[in-house]
Design a protein around this ligand. Structure first.
Ligand code: PXP
Length: 246
């Protein structure tokens, strides 16, 4: 089976920092600690309103990381300029609304195919691996493939919500959709990632999908780090991922 990578999203270290302003906790320090704890990559989302990660954080991550940076961004001209300046290993294109608390759904690729195809072309030419964050929806996956994305990241939020809200029928339906669409995407030649809302309790079934090669996990790990420390929190996630994979 393909190796399963863990990308640690450090956005919410910056959320805590920004709650007070000032310099701590430092997301860069968290990223280096995550690296040391076995993260295969670091993910950071520079939002239009800069509510957590800042431009200076991205500068620091680009300079200091030895593992790849997965730069999450909305499909705007400003973000494209920033990505082209830094040329991170990967960019993940996400939908973004100012009023949302977190990335609520997948990107609407099918309706915006033309614009997105033009949007990602220079990013690909600059050498970034382009990933599209989408729902487990056949139409969106086909569109992501047509616009030239190399990677899709499946949104696991609906599955995780159903799990934690004790809605077993919804949970099973969402999980089945993720499983089927991971296989469908791989058949099209896309690399398959997954993420959003994953916790120790929900990670196993997603990690077990053989087509999924990367999970991006943030909020739960940063919260868990309060109780057991970041390195330990990450190590436990890694252990659960490996156990599910075997
Ligand atoms: N993947 C993508 C594309 C995301 O936008 C996010 C949230 O920023 C995550 C993964 C991580 O989600 P969470 O913080 O809920 O683990």
């Amino acid at each position: 089976m393909k190796k399963l990578r863990l990308g640690v999203n450090i956005d919410h270290v910056a959320t805590v920092r920004n709650a007070r302003g000032g310099a701590f906790p430092d997301p860069l320090r968290a990223a280096k600690l995550a690296e040391a704890a076995g993260a295969d990559g670091i993910t950071a989302h520079l939002r239009e309103d800069r509510r957590h990660i800042s431009d200076i954080d991205i500068d620091g991550l680009m300079q200091a990381l030895t593992v790849p940076l997965n730069f999450e961004m909305a499909a705007t001209e400003e973000m494209q300029r920033i990505a082209l300046r830094h040329k991170p290993h990967a960019v993940c294109i996400v939908p973004e609304k100012r009023e949302e608390r977190t990335t609520e759904g997948g990107l609407e690729v099918a309706r915006e195919e033309n614009r997105l195809a033009h949007f990602i072309a220079p990013l690909r030419e600059a050498g970034c691996r382009v990933s599209i964050f989408i729902a487990a929806d056949r139409r969106q996956i086909e569109a992501a493939h047509r616009i030239g994305a190399e990677v899709i990241e499946l949104h696991t939020g609906a599955y995780c919500d159903a799990f934690h809200e004790d809605r077993p029928e919804d949970r099973d339906r969402e999980l089945a959709a993720l499983r089927d669409m991971a296989a469908f995407a791989e058949d099209l030649g896309l690399e398959v990632h997954a993420g959003h809302g994953l916790s120790y309790e929900t990670v196993g079934p997603v990690a077990a999908f053989p087509q999924v090669v990367e999970l991006n996990i943030g909020h739960f790990l940063i919260g868990e780090a309060i109780f057991r420390g970041l390195e330990d929190a990450i190590a436990e996630m890694r252990r659960l991922m490996d156990a599910a994979r075997s």
